[in-house]
Design a protein. Structure first.
Ligand code: XMP
Length: 514
């Protein structure tokens, strides 16, 4: 499909995906490419604009990531951010040097409102800075458009050649008018019309899927998570009963989750599709009996998932297409897109394609960020609680029960977790905390209940705030909420006599316990 495109060129900065997301919030489609991508390839995409991101290097050092000056002469507006701004100046004949002090954090900016980028931005505003180097001399043709106390060139531009440089980070929310500045670039400099909308995405995808699938059979592994649920609905709308969804209930889901998934997608649900629920709980518990080592547990859960899925898929016979819920951050992080790649060697349940007989893969969400997948879900009429569901790991409660997994322990952690989630929602905190759950520690200790001595398990409560799940801080839940959760868990969940709140950040802790 033909649509307007802005290209983000990644120099290894931590905010590359954020830049792309912000552009998409302006309803303009945006993709991330490494700075090593040949210029001809970028040119052939016919982008309306090019944004150079930040990066950890100094542009004047030997071997630092760079670009050709041709990039700035193609007649396509270029916006350089942070490292990208410095590189633009460096390549075009300006000077970048190490500053006496690092400028970091919220900083007061004074901008000139005659620059198109600063339209609608007051003369005094707050921006987010993070740099050691600074632009000490402008490249020919540029004028300064803003500055701070410590930074004489917080932004500059050469309007005739459509090159714009910004030292601060408009993509982070700490920059008060960041969205306005990026929108000014995308809409007023690049002259995009804003044709990237989720309504049209849905229509477009349904049409594309129909064309591709024809009369073929389609298989999808449904987990009940946001991505696979949205993919299922999209496919169901496109090809109806040609789609079969296999839902493996491994007995390690949250309380009632299996039934909830079945209520939505099963025979009494709203969608035209074939739904198969494989109840593999007992099989899993048998495999996990006596196993305590976390990686071994993960492996068993992953392998068993493939086996169950494969058995179910075999019953259907040959399928033509297998659907995968890959989303854009997976594409970027697996190194196909940007430069700041392969930080995360995550953790998906299994490598399905090898085991199932199919001709081709369909990845309908491959171009979308998570927030866009959610928008598509709402557009398709999926319930809000499902669309805004927090992340849940493939191995499920198996990695939230420290040590051996048993059916009895699963029940304990499910009940405690359900109480915790209920109270967090009651306190109105469910949309503000990034991820929260209960885990069952492997520790038993002495307590007293009524007049009886107890020797029971300790539940650990976890709640974290995070942008990218790579780093996280423990959320500061009000004490009275924690107190209610503690008292309900002790009273309502048998086998628990202590509740603890985990205040560890990541690093050094991880979000999950195993
Ligand atoms: P950690 O525990 O590594 O988790 O700090 C970071 C994020 O990833 C999720 N997670 C997983 N997701 N399969 C998944 O699909 C897994 O094996 C897995 N392990 C952790 C975790 O819930 C958190 O959101």
């Amino acid at each position: 499909m033909k649509r307007e495109l802005v290209v983000v060129i990644d120099f290894g900065g931590q905010y590359n995906q954020l830049v792309a997301r912000r552009v998409r919030e302006c309803n303009v489609y945006c993709e991330i490419y490494s700075y090593k991508t040949p210029l001809e390839k970028i040119k052939a995409m016919n982008p309306k604009g090019i944004i150079l991101t930040g990066g950890p290097n100094s542009c004047y050092e030997e071997g630092a990531p760079t670009c050709s000056d041709e990039l700035f002469k193609m007649g396509i507006p270029v916006l350089g951010l942070c490292y990208g701004a410095q590189l633009m100046q460096h390549v075009l004949g300006g000077k970048v040097e190490k500053a006496d002090a690092r400028e970091y954090g919220k900083t007061a900016l004074i901008s000139k409102n005659n620059s198109v980028l600063f339209e609608g931005v007051p003369t005094n505003s707050t921006v987010w800075m993070s740099h050691f180097d600074y632009i000490s001399k402008l490249a020919p043709g540029f004028t300064v458009t803003s500055y701070t106390d410590n930074c004489p060139v917080a932004s500059c531009e050469d309007v005739d050649n459509q090159n714009y440089a910004i030292q601060f980070h408009p993509e982070v929310l700490h920059t008060e008018y960041g969205k306005t500045i990026l929108s000014n670039y995308v809409m007023n400099v690049c002259k995009c019309s804003g044709d990237w909308k989720m309504e049209s995405f849905v229509e477009e995808q349904i049409k594309l899927i129909r064309e591709k699938v024809g009369n073929g059979k389609v298989l999808l592994g449904l987990s009940g998570g946001v991505d696979s649920s949205v993919a299922a609905v999209l496919l169901s709308k496109a090809v109806g009963n040609q789609l079969t969804c296999v839902f493996v209930d491994h007995g390690l889901l949250r309380k009632n989750e299996g039934d909830e998934v079945e209520a939505i997608f099963g025979p009494d649900g709203n969608y035209e599709l074939n739904f198969i629920r494989a109840n593999a709980q007992e099989r899993y518990y048998a495999k996990l009996k006596g196993v305590t080592e976390p990686e071994r547990k993960r492996k068993i859960i992953g392998e068993e998932f493939i086996r169950v899925f494969e058995e179910e898929a075999k019953k259907i016979g040959t399928v033509d297409f297998l659907v995968q819920g890959t989303i854009y951050p997976d594409v970027v992080e697996s190194g196909l897109g940007g430069e700041s790649a392969v930080i995360k060697s995550h953790h998906n349940v299994g490598g399905l394609p090898d085991y199932v007989d199919f001709k081709e893969i369909i990845e309908p969400l491959r171009d979308l960020f998570k927030d866009e997948v959610r928008k598509v879900g709402l557009e398709l009429g999926l319930p809000e609680y499902l669309v805004y569901r927090q992340p849940f790991p493939g191995p499920g409660l198996g990695i939230r029960i420290i040590g051996e997994v048993t059916g009895e322990k699963v029940k304990i952690v499910q009940d405690a977790d359900a109480i915790y989630r209920e109270e967090i929602a009651k306190a109105g905190l469910d949309k503000t905390i990034g991820q929260y759950f209960a885990a069952l520690t492997n520790m038993r200790s002495v307590g007293v209940m009524g007049d009886e001595r107890t020797y029971d398990y300790a539940i650990a409560l976890r709640a974290v705030n995070t942008i990218d799940f790579m780093t996280a801080e423990a959320a500061q839940i009000p004490y009275d909420v924690l107190n209610t959760v503690m008292s309900r868990i002790i009273n309502e969940v048998r086998g628990v006599n202590r509740v603890m709140y985990d205040i560890t950040s990541k690093p050094p802790g991880t979000i999950e316990f195993e």
